[in-house]
Ligand binder design. Structure first.
Ligand code: G3P
Length: 218
């Protein structure tokens, strides 16, 4: 399973990249706004800065919600760098845009997926990735992981090539479960990736090893 970091914060992206296990980055308009990035030129420059930091796919989301707007915005985004993946919402014009981008060699990430039906449409339209929002489903007391498993089963049975990108990850257990359920990619906050590191028995074991070494080497 590939690891993407889900943020537009350059220092967090760098920290995740320095860990050596990062395969890409996802952003969305909320994450860009959180970093105070505004205005077309600044937004484009920020995507370029992310591309320069990370060797992997970088999702940049369109703001337009009509077919023609999404195509012209997506073409502009794709010109920034070969790493750019145009992120398109799961709406009717979005499906049409996914098909256009896939027929014209532009990578895509279909976002805001909450059902298996939407996942089938994204695959049929040729999306490179499609993003089911696990945490937001769990927030409604439904089971986000069940959806990942259902989509993985359908994609396997049908031979769809679209990659399942588990998104809206809230904790390290979500990452483990997404891997178990067959997600191809998990996009996570840096805190959830770092959360995978910790186990008290690791800390206790290491302290004991170092103490034993010290006893005979002082
Ligand atoms: O990038 C899309 C997704 O990961 C958003 O997550 O935490 O806002 O539900 P969240």
């Amino acid at each position: 399973m590939k690891f993407f970091v889900d943020t537009a914060n350059l220092s967090q992206i760098k920290e995740a990249n320095d860990l050596g296990v990062l395969d890409g980055v996802t952003t969305n308009p909320s994450l860009m706004a959180k970093e105070g990035i505004k205005g077309r030129d600044n937004i484009m420059a920020h995507y370029k800065a992310i591309c320069d930091l990370v060797d992997g796919d970088i999702s940049a989301e369109v703001i337009a919600t009509d077919f023609n707007g999404m195509i012209s915005e997506g073409k502009e985004l794709a010109k920034i760098d070969d790493k750019i993946v145009v992120k398109v919402p799961m709406i009717k014009d979005g499906v049409m845009a996914l098909k256009w981008f896939s027929s014209n060699g532009i990578k895509t990430n279909c976002t805001l997926i909450f059902s298996a039906g939407q996942a089938i449409l994204a695959a049929k339209a040729g999306a490179t990735y499609m993003s089911p929002f696990i945490g937001r489903i769990d927030d409604m007391s439904w089971d986000g992981m069940e959806l990942i498993g259902q989509i993985a089963h359908i994609y396997g049975t049908q031979g769809y090539e679209t990659e399942i990108l588990a998104a809206s990850i809230r904790n390290p257990l979500h990452i483990v479960k997404a891997a178990e359920m067959g997600a191809d990619v998990c996009t996570c906050p840096l805190s959830s990736i770092l959360g995978l590191l910790y186990h008290p028995l690791t800390d206790i074991g290491l302290a004991n090893f170092l103490a034993d070494h010290e006893k005979v080497n002082r």
